[in-house]
Design a protein around this ligand. Sequence first.
Ligand code: PXG
Length: 442
Amino acid sequence: MSFSSDAGKSGLDAFWMPFTANRQFKAEPRMLTSAEGMYYTNDKGEKVLDGTAGLWCVNAGHGRREISEAVARQVAQLDYAPPFQMGHPLAFEFAERLTEHTPGNLNHVFFTNSGSESVETALKIAIAYHRARGEGTRQRLIGREKGYHGVNFGGISVGGIPNNRKVYGSLLNGVDHLPHTLNIKLNAFTKGLPENGIELADELEKIVALHDASNIAAVIVEPMSGSGGVIMPPKGYLRRLREITRRHGILLIFDEVITGFGRVGEAFASTRWDVVPDIITTAKGLTNGAIPMGAVFVSDEIHDTFMQGPENMIELFHGYTYSGHPVGAAAGLATLDIYERDGLFQRTIEMESYFEEAVHSLKGLPNVIDIRNTGLVAAVELAARDGKPGARGYEVFKNAYEHGVMVRCTMDILAMSPPLIIEKPHIDQLVGTLENAIRATE
Ligand code: PXG
């Protein structure tokens, strides 16, 4: 199949594409038609190295037969079962298996269908939890500048990406934002976590002083910001957030939709960086991207608070038609088998230093103002062209794609987050092609 550039006639008009410059794309479409291992194949038959694990989700690489076969078997055996007041075994099995990987006492799982739904679920649980304990005044939510927590109303309210918020009205009431932790002046070209910035966590104390802890339900942050530009937590920052939230009885939610399932090493960033929140939100790598699914991990203490009152009462009036979907659970179990058997979370750590050296070799190229990395994620930030933010980044992205490598561009930041099965020659191809693309772009 090939696509002409005339959108109206070529059948591209009906699909309103998400987070896409629709007219620009449809004039010059980039169509992926199959995938295997580290590579996509496009409609022209060209191979494209997947430098982004799809959209940060295909952590075990593409075309895993164990997953597609588990999905095919499950959809034939039990295509759907209602999750409200009914059950099916795989959702329970998947939840139990997942809790073998969760940090601390995060032993309970609420299933959703996406990262956005995981975030809404976490925020609602946080507010309802305080109310169940007789602290119903704790309703305020605190996010962070540049944070990305999906696209639903709660998520964009606590989120800190201006374009995702500005045309959507008044959003949720009672939300504050911590400052983001990107400081190129002080931390440019740091390998791993930056030295400077722990004190940014203390800003939380100011928000608490302003509103009083008795009015604050939760703080939600990505341990490492993904969409906002691959922004690392300064050393000690997450631990300090944990100390302050604990001191004030405020729940700490880690949004691990990107960092979950091995991206920064270990199953969760929480484990890698040794800070245990009260709630973790996930999606993406949960099923290797093969079936849409999300999961929220909740501590014993929060879960048990709800398990009171008459036993015939629904404890939490929340859930989705597809919560714990049998086909999603089958995909997730097969994915977890691969992660465990192939030791992929540890593999991230084994590959980290080679990847780090490769991406930092781009320092000194024209317009490169910062390079950030941890685990198997990295970003190269370019200076914006005068009056045209994002133009340079897009051109580099396009050039790399035309030379067989897919990276992700957010404005002038080029992000890489390859499948965790990546080998050294792939890293060389990824970084080498990006280097040529940066050199070729004025
Ligand atoms: N939280 C985080 C931390 C995310 O990265 C979501 C929530 C929402 O997940 P869903 O499944 O509802 O999309 C995400 C999603 C990018 C990009 O450009 C990243 C995401 C989505 C779209 C674009 O990096 N992450």
